[in-house]
Design a protein around this ligand. Sequence first.
Ligand code: AMP
Length: 298
Amino acid sequence: MEIIRTIAEMQNISSELILQGKKIVCVPTMGYFHQGHISLMKKAREYGDIVITTLFVNPTQFAPNEDFNSYPRDYDGDSKMAQAAGVDYLFFPTVSEMYPTGYDCKIHIGGITSKFEGATRPTHFDGVATVVTKLFNITKPHFAIFGQKDYQQVLVIRKLVQDLNLDVKIIVAPILRENDGLAMSSRNTYLMADLRKKAGILFQALEDARMSIENGERKRKMINAILHKNLRSVPEIKIDYACSVDADTLEEPDEFRPGDRIVLLLAVFLGKTRLIDNATITIPSIFPSLGKDFKEGI
Ligand code: AMP
C-alpha cells in the first residue's frame, strides 16, 4: 500500500491507472478505523481493481462547537489496518493541502439536508458534499463505497451525484455492529464504561419498532412511540430525533402502506456523546400472520 499526501500525486496516479484500463473504487473516511470501515474497504475490492481509501478529518463538516479537535486519530494504526485490508492507496492529505489559503468554495444541497442531521447540524452536509466532490475529483473513482450507518449522508451523496452528473456509482454497505448491537463508530471511544453498557438500547429500540411493524403496526406515531419508550428507559439519554420516515424522501406520512420502504432514524446524546443509528424496513403485506410459508394460490 502506498500512502499519498498530495493532491497532484494522487491525481497523476489515478489518471495513469485509468489509462491502463483499471477500475478505481474509493472509500472516503475520517480514520480511526474499526471493522465497519474495514468492511467497506473489503467490499470495495468486489467492484474494481484498485482500492483507494481516503483518510481526512474534514474540518468543514464540523461546526465550531463540535468535536473536530478531539475527534480520535491514529494514523499509524489506520495505515496498518488499511494495508491488512488490501487497500492499494491511502490518500492522507493535510488540511492545508485540501483547503489552501484563499480557498473559497462550497457545495450546498437543498431539500433533504434541512431535516434530522441537517436540522441539528446546519453546516454539516455542505461540508460533506464539498469534501466528497473534491475527493472524487482527486481520486477519480468509478465506484465509491459509503456506509448505511450515515443514512442521510448516503441520500445527500446520491443527490450530489445525480444533480451534478458526477460520473461515479455509489455503493451502500451494511452497518457493522458490536455484540450488543451498538453500531460501530469511531466516536464510541468517547463512551465511559458505564455508559457504554447502556448503549445497546439504540439497537433494542430499532428492533422493538421493527417487531411492531412485522406484527402489523402502520401508524408512524405509534412506531415512533416505541422508539422513544425504549430510549427513555436510559436516563442518561437525551433524544435528538427518533422517528420513522420514508426511506427515499424522508417524508413523514401519518400511516405507512404495504410495500413502503421506510427507515427508522435515531440520533441521541448518551452523556456527551452523540450517537446515530438506523434500520431500513419494507412494510410487509397485509397478511403477516400467514408467514413465510404462505404461497399464493394454495
Ligand atoms: P467515518 O470515518 O465515520 O466518516 O466513516 C467512513 C465511512 O464508514 C462512512 O461511509 C460511514 O458510513 C462508514 N461507517 C461508519 N461506521 C460504520 C459501521 N458501523 N458499519 C459500516 N460502515 C460504517
